[in-house]
Ligand binder design. Structure first.
Ligand SMILES: [Fe+2]
Length: 248
């Protein structure tokens, strides 16, 4: 039986704030910061992320009409566009030859996924037009990632874009595929089948080896901030589709 989901059943805002409490999201506090702990913390962030309200919505059976799925994709397009710009900016501004080969490879493997999604969305419409959605909060959340490519070091950018955003993608597409693309029509989703995002998550980890304790401490902060932003971004996507088309 499909759950009659409404916003009251979704985790409330407080759940997001609970997720960013240091006591919950900073495992291994007694140990010296290291790459090993950074990776283990990431596993915990990933595990917590699977409880995001968007995934509860996807599992509830809410997305049972093309209208709801298309509404979701119209909002998701905003993030897809920003992700592409963020990857482009990160790669374009990277001057350190220790990082440029990996940044270029990652960029090439992601290039054009935003346009792929637009094409997927136009195919289902007889007028071939895309439904454009806007939301100031979603825009601001997406912009955080873009702006960080101007201010973070390449080490910190790997934490944001690989360790966090790609781990998010690996979880997201697992939940989104059966809810949003149950008949396997969308090329954008096909591009994320398999373990490609898991591979992206691990890209660049070798570049984070042999840093100082204070550098790892800083990466912990960036990691926590990036996961909090991803949690909020995904939660906002869920809120928006329900606001547009409440469940009956
Ligand atoms: Fe990826």
């Amino acid at each position: 039986m499909k759950a009659a989901l409404n916003t009251k059943r979704l985790p409330q805002k407080a759940a997001y704030h609970q997720n960013v409490q240091p006591s919950q999201t900073t495992p291994f506090p007694h140990k010296s910061p290291s790459l090993g702990i950074l990776i283990r913390r990431n596993e915990q962030f990933k595990k917590d992320f699977k409880q995001n309200s968007l995934f509860k919505l996807m599992e509830s059976g809410y997305f049972d009409t093309e209208e709801k799925r298309q509404s979701f994709l119209a909002y998701f397009q905003i993030w897809s566009n920003y992700f592409q710009k963020t990857m482009l900016l990160k790669t374009a501004l990277c001057e350190d030859s220790n990082f440029t080969p990996m940044f270029y490879q990652h960029f090439e493997e992601e290039y054009g996924h935003d346009q792929m999604l637009i094409k997927d969305r136009t195919k289902v419409r007889s007028d071939r037009k895309v439904n454009v959605k806007k939301d100031a909060i979603l825009e601001a959340l997406c912009n955080w990632f873009l702006s960080k490519m101007l201010s973070l070091t390449p080490y910190e950018q790997i934490v944001v874009m690989n360790l966090c955003v790609e781990a998010v993608a690996a979880v997201f597409y697992k939940f989104a595929k059966p809810a949003i693309d149950p008949t396997n029509q969308l090329k954008h989703f096909q591009a994320h089948d398999g373990e490609i995002d898991v591979h992206h998550e691990k890209m660049g980890l070798s570049l984070l080896e042999n840093l100082t304790i204070s550098q790892y401490s800083r990466l912990f902060e960036v990691q926590e901030d990036a996961w909090a932003m991803c949690e909020a971004l995904m939660e906002r996507l869920g809120e928006l589709v329900i606001k547009d088309i409440p469940s009956k």
